[in-house]
Design a protein around this ligand. Structure first.
Ligand code: SAH
Length: 363
């Protein structure tokens, strides 16, 4: 069997310039402009590779909308403002959120919807759902206005670097060509950089004391996003709500994973065909945001957060208008989003607000 164009491209690059850091590999696998995973398909839903909270139930987007409405109102209803979403997927979350905002007409009127999205396939889906949006490839082109921002399962898709502790110091995990690799059929393996880091300063503090063999992760792209969001909120006001799976405290450990057709797969097999993600290090994001000069709230577990925002009442209300089958679906969605053994505990919410803003709901 001959490999697709992306593995061949990556293999050629490695053959020419040597093993590549994991973040470079991940960026190509997910975001290569022509052959990257997100560029070529809609990965969401039962027929795709994974599903997300907004695709499970409209309640998720509605409650996030009401959270933003509360933050906007209590910051004095700044008008106009940027209502932004990072990686909006199919546009479902924003559509549900905007529907909930009909309860706050002045906010709906003041909102200019902006999407940060790189996938042409998903952009097309978003255009169907939210035709009035403006699209950006990167966050830095958003207008300099009060920023009310949401991001669900965006940060987990940003590339990470990994380092392994050895008796020589911390060595970076690089992607190399494995034994028996050919031009038509490349095989990727992970190797250690020959030279260790000169200093462990760039690694999370809590990971530095790991034993030999321990793995530390950093996501420079995530930290750059956190810094940009925080700086805008500090300078123009607003609030950000970030929901994702990850850990509250930085720690050593390998969280890189790949999913293909709702099954775990190897991140090094068939780049471009599987969704590759890593857990979000909320402590690292929080540190960067605080340093930029905003308040950081949470992280709190998704189940707890949604309960606090009233998901039980919302489910009850929806059930009064539902038939028996729909009522069962609402109950199942409620359980998936909030139960500790489903998405309720692994997923977490964190919020950024200006230092002089009131405490946001749910934290
Ligand atoms: N938020 C949606 C989709 C999550 S999937 C939901 O909850 O259903 C990740 C999303 O981020 C996709 O829309 C993907 O195309 C986008 N994305 C991934 N990496 C990106 C990047 N570097 N820049 C912009 N968008 C990106």
């Amino acid at each position: 069997m001959t490999a697709g164009p992306l593995p061949r491209l990556i293999a050629r690059l490695i053959a020419e310039t040597g093993p590549m850091p994991l973040d470079h590999y991940m960026a190509m696998a997910l975001g290569h402009p022509k052959h990257g995973y997100y560029m070529t398909r809609d990965p969401l839903g039962a027929l795709g590779d994974f599903t997300t909270a907004p695709e499970i139930s409209q309640m998720f987007g509605e409650l996030l909308g009401l959270w933003l409405a509360d933050a906007w109102t209590r910051q004095g209803a700044p008008t106009p403002f940027v209502l932004a979403e990072l990686g909006p997927g199919r546009g479902t979350l924003m559509a549900d959120l905007l529907r909930a905002l009909r309860a706050v007409p002045p906010m709906l009127e003041a909102a200019e919807v902006h999407f940060v999205e790189t996938s042409p396939v998903l952009k097309a889906a978003q255009q169907e759902q939210v035709p009035q949006a403006t699209w950006h490839d990167r966050i830095d082109t958003l207008p300099p206005q009060p920023l009310f921002l949401i991001a669900n399962e965006f940060f987990d898709a940003l590339p990470i670097r990994q380092f392994v502790k050895t008796d020589r110091g911390w060595c970076e995990r690089h992607i190399a060509l494995g034994e028996g690799s050919t031009e038509d059929n490349p095989r990727f393996v992970s190797v250690l950089s020959p030279v260790p880091l000169p200093s462990d300063d760039i690694l999370p503090k809590a990971a530095r004391s790991a034993p030999i063999g321990g793995i530390a992760e950093i996501s420079p792209a995530s930290l750059a996003y956190a810094d940009e969001i925080a700086t805008r909120i500090r300078d123009h006001g607003g609030a950000a709500l970030i929901v994702d799976y990850g850990h509250v405290k930085s720690a050593a450990g390998d969280t890189l994973q790949a999913v293909r057709g709702h099954q775990f797969a190897s991140p090094f097999e068939a780049p471009g065909e599987a969704d590759i993600t890593a857990h979000v290090d909320f402590e690292a994001l929080g540190l960067v945001a605080r340093r930029a000069g905003v308040n950081v709230h949470g992280p709190v577990e998704q189940g707890e957060f949604l309960r606090d925002l009233g998901i039980d009442t919302r489910a009850k209300k929806l059930k009064t208008q539902a038939n028996e089958e729909q009522a069962r679906e609402i109950d199942a969605a409620l359980k998936r989003l909030t139960a500790r053994n489903e998405m309720g505990s692994l997923f977490k919410a964190v919020a950024l607000t200006p230092q002089d803003a009131p405490e946001p709901a749910g934290f």
